[in-house]
Design a protein around this ligand. Structure first.
Ligand SMILES: [Zn+2]
Length: 241
């Protein structure tokens, strides 16, 4: 068992809004052992209380702005005004700089999503926040909330694909990966027709990508989506008859 104190370190952060500096915890790379990864890339570690997604959001204790390292570094004057009126004016000082529980991380993501909407962050940044928020709900076994956020994440990734901004939220994201991910999120929210379309678009990259792992995942999840679809139809038919 790794103790939390040695696996975490304090990163100094400058607030994008009020410029004050504060610290936020980060997880030392190399201090975790991975257990498994879900088909939408949600990763589980032996030390789940140290899952790095708990610490991706910085929350300024002075003004209340919550943001990730992927946010644009400068806010426009009108965005600053909105943050001042809708976030800072209502903020009662809260500390997010210590060790975070799942609940504290959830609260931080909700604040960051609100801030991302107000400050007009690119779709891929919003998509990444919604997806990770859905994963936190999965860790809590709250399926209704998980599905709600996966649904929004799928739509944001679709927009991010259309606007070609998908590398801005996540450096590892590629065209083939984002197509696969949209398909998989659609499958998870039971939009099977669209899921199948996205998987087939992913597979069109067969001779054009070195990401063969993604291609085989797309193949598997395509088959899974077809089965899920059939099962859902049979269930509906059983209800009618
Ligand atoms: Zn601030």
């Amino acid at each position: 068992m790794i103790d939390q104190v040695s696996a975490l370190y304090d990163k100094k952060i400058a607030c994008l809004h009020c410029q004050s500096t504060f610290t936020s915890k980060r997880v030392r790379s190399g201090s975790l052992s991975m257990l498994k990864r879900d088909s939408d890339f949600c990763t589980y570690f032996k030390e789940q209380s140290l899952n790095p997604i708990l610490y991706t959001v910085n929350v300024c204790p002075s003004c209340g702005l919550a943001f990730s390292d992927q946010f644009k570094q400068h806010l426009t004057p009108s965005q600053k005004k909105l943050v001042g009126e809708l976030i800072s004016a209502k903020w009662t000082p809260k500390e997010f700089g210590g060790i975070r529980s799942l609940e504290a991380a959830l609260a931080a993501y909700k604040l960051a999503i609100y801030a991302a909407e107000l400050t007009d962050q690119v779709h891929s940044v919003k998509a990444g926040l919604y997806l990770r928020l859905a994963w936190l709900c999965r860790f809590q076994e709250n399926q209704a909330e998980e599905k709600r956020f996966l649904h929004i994440a799928a739509n944001e990734y679709e927009q991010s694909f259309i606007h070609s901004d998908y590398t801005q939220g996540d450096k590892e994201m590629s065209e083939v990966r984002v197509l696969y991910l949209i398909g998989e999120l659609k499958r998870r929210v039971e939009q099977y027709d669209e899921a199948i379309q996205y998987f087939s678009r992913t597979l069109e990259y067969r001779n054009r990508t070195i990401e063969t792992g993604i291609l085989s995942m797309a193949q598997d999840q395509w088959a899974q989506a077809r089965e899920d679809y059939k099962a859902k139809k049979q269930k509906q038919a059983a209800k009618i008859s």
